[in-house]
Design a protein around this ligand. Sequence first.
Ligand code: FAD
Ligand code: SF4
Ligand code: SF4
Ligand code: SF4
Length: 396
Amino acid sequence: MELPIVECVGCGACQQICPRKCITLDRDSKGFLRPTVNAESCVSCGLCREVCPALNVPNSRPVVGSFAAFHKDKLILRDSSSGGIFHSLASMVLGNGGVVFGAAFDQEWKVRHAYVESKEDLHRLMGSKYVQSQIGDSYRKAKGFLVSGREVLFTGTPCQIAGLKAYLRREYDNLTTLDFICHGVPSPNVWQRYLSEKSKEASAVLGSEARIRSVSFRDKSDSWKRYSLSLGFAKSESRTDDKVFRVSAFHRKDPYMRAFLNDLILRPSCHSCKFKNHNSNSDITVGDFWRCRSAYPKFYNPMGVSLAVCYTSKGLNCMNSNDLSLMPLPVEKIVKSNQSIIRSSEESPKSALFWKRYGEGQSLNTIMDEVSPYRQLLTERFKEWLGNVIYKLRTI
Ligand SMILES: Cc1cc2nc3c(=O)[nH]c(=O)nc-3n(C[C@H](O)[C@H](O)[C@H](O)COP(=O)(O)OP(=O)(O)OC[C@H]3O[C@@H](n4cnc5c(N)ncnc54)[C@H](O)[C@@H]3O)c2cc1C
Ligand code: SF4
Ligand code: SF4
Ligand code: SF4
């Protein structure tokens, strides 16, 4: 049975549906998962192709409501990547005795889908992790909860939600799905190399082997807009309450974030994403409202404002929470403000050079100094400023 190669998004729906368990997901040279079919066990039932979102792209749906919003609780807003809509919705579902699926770190700081059943554990799923999350058997587990009548919130990239919906093959009243405006997912291998390089730097400072204690891709210590990628380290033999040594870099300076945001290390399918036409089948899509300050200064919150686009009445209900400050916002303005909702990120022409140097074993700092040096920052900030001015002029 043939499955797509270039278009594969790595959602794992094929593997989870296969009745013969003859599909394995193996990592390619960049660390992205791709399926391999064991032809000897395959009985050609065709289920894997039937549930593959890359082969069965869902139709576009009308928008039933769109908003700007942020969480009223300052601490929750600080710990959320943008406006904290995820936390508000997840709390509703957990309050009803439901289950919430989303991306979490494992013990090696790899990103995998997991589920939580209590508000105390919700912090594991909070915050954007800019690495492709491994779905594992989350679709199968979610189906088990749905069939047993539990309320389920499933969150992930648009392609992961399209994969879940295809895998389930019917609607469930007790399922709500949330995805986000998606720039694309970066290479898990580059993430692992980055962690190893940072751990070496921290070990040199600490004078003994350093162990990672925390990771935040969206540390808002400066502010939401000037977020940093922050890692906390402690000596490997130290106790959990020992002081943590923090390594933190403004996202435009950090080599990993620069490689991600400059489109050097995304999964190839992200450069022609098929789930950017209001068609992932999610109930609600959220994202960052970066241009809020210039266009709606009275609504702006410096700790984060989200955009939300609802496609179903369930999606609309998600916004019906006392936890959120809310402002209706026409979807046209959302699209103008955040083009990633309809447009794929173009692969950088320097991507091949990045991977060549990566293959030679150079450090990420050295590669990025050559491929996309930090002195470009001024140009990037000028572009951002110009974008804000144009958006403001268009929305007046
Ligand atoms: C890889 C990636 C690319 C993104 N690109 C954009 C973009 O181009 N424009 C934009 O406006 N917003 C983008 N976002 C979304 C944005 O960063 C916020 O996550 C989103 O606005 C939700 O924020 P929040 O404050 O409501 O909740 P948060 O608590 O910040 O979000 C947590 C939610 O994100 C999910 N999540 C986190 N990491 C992953 C992952 N690796 N894979 C799947 N699900 C994950 C969790 O399961 C949870 O549902 C991206 C997020 C990710 C992970
Ligand atoms: S055709 Fe059926 S048995 Fe063969 S790999 Fe696909 S799902 Fe498995
Ligand atoms: S179902 Fe998902 S993992 Fe399997 S081939 Fe299709 S896109 Fe790839
Ligand atoms: S850009 Fe598209 S293909 Fe890539 S992770 Fe996001 S939704 Fe999936």
